[in-house]
Each structure stands twice: as structure tokens, then as C-alpha cells.
Design a protein around this ligand. Structure first.
Ligand code: PBG
Ligand code: ZN
Length: 347
């Protein structure tokens, strides 16, 4: 006889449970103990966009909470972050004045241009702040590409490398602690290192190569902020295709051999395997990942739609970078993390 309360099949109650993992993470403190590494303020590098309009302070619509500053507005803004524990920034110059851009990106290292003025002002105001400079020409070239071009629009490698090395050396001369070339044009690491050596700057300048930089769809908001959209074409001939794992590994090895002091992998979320590869190939070097503008904007958009909680997803994504092997993170979330890391961790 069957009743509706009696199942036909009753499994035997197991007498031996072989493994209970939950004993290891049932308390918030335990959950932090389970992390191989925890986020801390020192691993964050904050991108700053600096224009040549001295009094500018403009929100970038596609990059929530991020502003572009003129030199006169920069120090008060950074001051608040330094008092919360900001240790490092990476500078991007944005020439907005008419007639500044040319085919060689001459304005990149103009002594009166935004980057060199900002290096000097930041050093004076915050002697302990670690100042990194993105080195590229795309913000300064009339065509919007990262190097110097031949007439047919292809990259003139020798001229590009010469120009990029000169810009890097001039940033270091102005007092930059670190120069980070993001162009991906072959040969520039060797040329920059040699330039730093020739100018007696190599012993006090960190050369951080964007060694594995992929071209793709995640840089749009940055290009709005930096006005660096290429006029014609794209960057696919000098930045890696998204499936190019082997190319990334070769670029990492090549840049180590050319004398880089550290490497950047960019973007981050969709390239965690490359971060992991870098942590093995470059295990004796600081490895940085760049959570780029599109990744940041996507998380904000998802939070606005109610799909995710912003703070939780920011921690989850940044813990992913640590798991993959990153030691440093360039992140637009830095100001938030300077507050969040004073609060209980959401684990
Ligand atoms: C300049 C540069 C870019 C980024 C860092 N350095 C833009 C680009 O390559 O188009 C992108 C960073 C971001 O999207 O946040 N070459
Ligand atoms: Zn560029």
C-alpha cells in the first residue's frame, strides 16, 4: 500500500560523510583566511587624466565618477585621496587646445604640456606619491595612432620607437618615478631602457611595459576621456588579437629580455589566463593588471540596472586579479577602495 507521504524510494542515510568543507568558511574571518592574498591600498594605482586647460574639471559621461582635470584643479583633488592612503597614480595627458596635435605627437613631452607640469606639481605637493606616466603618442597625434605612421598608414617602427623613447626619457627627467609605454610597438622597451641608461636615469626610474595589451572593445570610455580615438583604422596591427595567447607570452618574454622592470596585462577580466601566464613567465617581476575603462563602465552599468551590487562586484573582480597572480592593479575604482578597505570586507 502506498500513501502520498511515502516516497517509493528512500535513500539510506549516509553514515559516513567523507568531507565537510564548510567548517572552513562559515565565519567572515575564516573566509578572509581562505584568501591566498588580500587586497590592500598599496597595490592600487589610480589613472589621472590631465588636460591643457588649466581650470578644467569635467566629468567623463562614459566613465562614472572620473573627471579630467586641468593643472590648477589637480592638487586639491589628489590631496583628498592621498590623505585616505593613495600611494600611486598613472598620468595621461589630454591636449584639448586647437592646433596642438601633429603627425609625430610633439606635444607629448612639451615642457609646458599637461604631463610634465603635472609630474612637477604632484612631486612638489606629495613627495611620497609614486608617479607613473603612461607613455604613448595617440593622445597627441593628429591621426590618433600610438606611433608615427608611414604614408600608407602603417606603423613606422624606427621613427615611433625613437619618438616614444624620447618621451619616456623626458618624463623621467621631469621626475616621473615610472614610465609605462602602452603603444605596443616592437623595440621600444630596449630603446627606452638605453635612453634611461644614457641619461643616468635608469637607476631611479622603473620601466613598466604594457607587454600584453590586447586590442578590443574595452577602451571606448578612455578614448572619450583622452580624446584619442584613431581617425582612420584601428590598432589591430600593433596591439594583440584577443585570441593571441602565444603572442602575449612571446611579448612578455621579449620585453623581459629587453630590460623591462615590470609588466602590465591589459585588459584584465577577460584575460585572466594571460595574467596567470605572466605570473609564471615573469615570476621574478611585479605584475600589474589594468582594469580598463570599459570593464569599469560595464560594472557600473550593471549596478545601475540592479544586476549587481557595485561594491561586491568590485571586490569579486579585483580578487580575481589577485588569484590569477597580479601584484598591482591599475583601477578606476581606486578612490572607492581607499574607503572600502577601511570597512569590513564583503566576504
Ligand atoms: C594609450 C592607452 C590607452 C589605455 C591605456 N593607455 C588607450 C588605448 O590604447 O586606446 C586604455 C585604458 C583604459 O581603457 O582604461 N595607448
Ligand atoms: Zn596609444
Amino acid at each position: 500500500m502506498t500513501s502520498k507521504h511515502t516516497a517509493e524510494y528512500l535513500p539510506e542515510v549516509p553514515t559516513e560523510i567523507s568531507s565537510i568543507l564548510q567548517g572552513g568558511y562559515n565565519h567572515p574571518l575564516l573566509r578572509e583566511w581562505q584568501h591566498e592574498r588580500l587586497l590592500n591600498k598599496k597595490m592600487f594605482i589610480f589613472p589621472l587624466f590631465i588636460s591643457d586647460i588649466p581650470d578644467e574639471e569635467t566629468l567623463i559621461p562614459s566613465l562614472p565618477n572620473i573627471k579630467r582635470f586641468g593643472i590648477n584643479k589637480l592638487i586639491p583633488y589628489v590631496s583628498k585621496l592621498v590623505s585616505k592612503g593613495l600611494k600611486s597614480v598613472i598620468l595621461f595627458g589630454v591636449p584639448l587646445k586647437e592646433g596642438v596635435k601633429d603627425s609625430e605627437g610633439s606635444a607629448a613631452d612639451d615642457p609646458q604640456g599637461p604631463v610634465i607640469l603635472a609630474i612637477k606639481a604632484l612631486k612638489l605637493a606629495f613627495p611620497d606619491l609614486y608617479i607613473m606616466c603612461d607613455v604613448c603618442l595617440c593622445e597627441y597625434t593628429s591621426h590618433g595612432h600610438c606611433g608615427v605612421l608611414f604614408e600608407d598608414g602603417s606603423i613606422n617602427t624606427k621613427q615611433s620607437v625613437r619618438r616614444i623613447a624620447a618621451v619616456a626619457v623626458n618624463y623621467a627627467k621631469a621626475g616621473a618615478n615610472c614610465v609605462a609605454p602602452s603603444d605596443m610597438i616592437d623595440g621600444r622597451i630596449k630603446a627606452i631602457k638605453q635612453g634611461l641608461i644614457d641619461n643616468d636615469l635608469a637607476h631611479k626610474t622603473f620601466l613598466m611595459s604594457y607587454a600584453a595589451k590586447f586590442s578590443g572593445s574595452l577602451y571606448g570610455p578612455f578614448r572619450d576621456a583622452a580624446c584619442s580615438q584613431p581617425g582612420k583604422g584601428d590598432r589591430k596591427a600593433y596591439q594583440l588579437p584577443s585570441g593571441g595567447k602565444g603572442l602575449a607570452r612571446r611579448a612578455l618574454i621579449r620585453d623581459l629580455n629587453e630590460g623591462t622592470d615590470g609588466v602590465i596585462v591589459k585588459p584584465s577580466t577577460f584575460y585572466l589566463d594571460i595574467v596567470k601566464d605572466a605570473s609564471i613567465i615573469c615570476q621574478d617581476y611585479p605584475i600589474c593588471c589594468y582594469h580598463v575603462s570599459g570593464e569599469y563602465a560595464m560594472l557600473h552599468a550593471a549596478a545601475e540596472k540592479g544586476i549587481v551590487d557595485l561594491k561586491s562586484i568590485a571586490f569579486e573582480s579585483h580578487y580575481g586579479f589577485l588569484r590569477a597572480g597580479a601584484k598591482l592593479i591599475i583601477s578606476y575604482f581606486t578612490p572607492e577602495f581607499l574607503d572600502w578597505l577601511d570597512e569590513p570586507t564583503p566576504v
